[in-house]
Design a protein around this ligand. Sequence first.
Ligand code: PEP
Ligand code: MG
Length: 576
Amino acid sequence: MRVKKGIPVSPGISIANAMIIGEEDLRVRRRFVPPSRVDDEVRRFDRAIRAAIEDISEEISRFGEELKIPVQVLESHRDMICDPTLRRGIVDRIRTEGNSAEYAVTVVLRDYYERFASIESEYIAERVHDLEEVEKKILRNLLGRTEAKGERIRGTAVIIAHNLSPAQTASIDKEKIQGFAIDVGGRTSHTAIIARAMQIPAVVGLEDISQEVAEAELVIVDGYTGKVIIDPDPATLEVYQKKAYHSAEFFRHLHEEVRWPAETLDGYEIYLAANIEFPEEVETALDWGARGVGLYRTEFLYEDGEPDEKKHFEAYCMAVAALKQRVLVIRTLDAGADKFHSESVGTHEPNPFLGCRSIRLCLLREDLFRSQIRAVLRVSALGPVKLMLPMVSSLDEIRRARAIIRDVRAELESEGVEMAERVPVGIMVEVPSIALMSEQVAREVDFFSIGTNDLVQYCLAVDRVNERVAHLYQPAHPAILRLLKYVIEAGHNAGIQVSICGEMCSEPMYTVLLLGLGLRSFSVSPISLPTVKRILRQLTMSGAIDVASQCLACDEAEESQAILQKRVRNLLPDFF
Ligand code: PEP
Ligand code: MG
């Protein structure tokens, strides 16, 4: 038995034989063409580009229509292939150096990889994988190869791979694939996003699992903890078989409860919304019982460079249409650090988490901000939307952002554009300085949404993505609990809505605490909706307030954690 630990990106337990999807051998020899054949070679390259675009279009329709999963990754590959700078570089190489088309493709793309390799960023690492996909797609067409897909699966299987292309992921049979265990990637890699959308357990970032597992070996994927167990011993297998059974049963029962109201035993109604990253996720969120979207992270719109107003507008329209008059909270660009980078963010900042990111970048690059605000205000004519500003650390930032929003509204009015009369503007409370200013700030914004992912990071000075300090990342730390209480009370005293959208509220353990601290509005990852609701429905307000005051009286995170764990085990016995 061997155990590997990676990043859990899609919950659930799967136990099945390994099916290894290997790397394709698309090695290219150094080959030259005589000057008389250069034009033919350029034509051959253009044919391969057209064929690759057709391949992607086919995949997009299969992804979107049949599998109903996000197609942005594929669209970004198509955009990369259509990029005139890339084509120019390759054609120049064929014409000036006499390289064969395939050799020119590899040389030009190697140059891109080298440039990207010098940049330390999860986002850029993911884009390198995308570029590798693009290279493979063009080379396959030049070399007359077809892509290996998942057709050879007999029975059920866990997919083991170094990385999966979107086409490989799309070609899998949802009934047969039980799980994913992948060497590379993080929470935003395409396998992670697709696995979540398909509700298949997945662990990524396992480094070398594809080298460690033999074809057909028995594998357990634990999408809750990130553990992957290869060739489990009988005792471990038995434990996980029970866990897998309970987990499947648990989700089946939960699904039956999705239309039940989210209210406590003593009749307090709680607003449960979902966090999304793509408009296509709205459907899954509604399917799991969301009453709206409490956080739409718009960073993915910037993946292929700065989006124009049209791109923003189309994405927001899609989400608004799917929500059918339920509320959509659109968060403005939250770039930098662990998220999307651009040249303007300054990828070489010495301390990117504290750098020119999010609202800071938007205030610096007003053009970038204005095109997003224009699209949000325009879409407000079609359905209820709210605007949310991330990473604010001072009142001055809020005032400046609101002045721009007012100015954009005036501009649209002068153009005769239809908009909702009022689009509420709120902030993410995720920087300690603004949390401590909650009383003053609450007078100037329409709502708070507490972003505990960053609030914990900035308050405890613990990098949220560094596994070496992960043990210090404690949402139940007494300082965090005091801060939460203060923010919630300040917001309520000022009469504004206080919501929470950090991962803390997706974790069943914290539901009772957050309710007891005064929260009545939660925005959680879609798959966590029914679990959080199941807990809420078993609580009374007075009981939750009692648990929260016990936790507030604790001196250490471990003590509160013990109280909360005990409580949640009683509330969700079939989950543990
Ligand atoms: C947060 O910081 O809690 C949050 C919800 O935003 P993100 O995870 O996108 O930073
Ligand atoms: Mg945040």
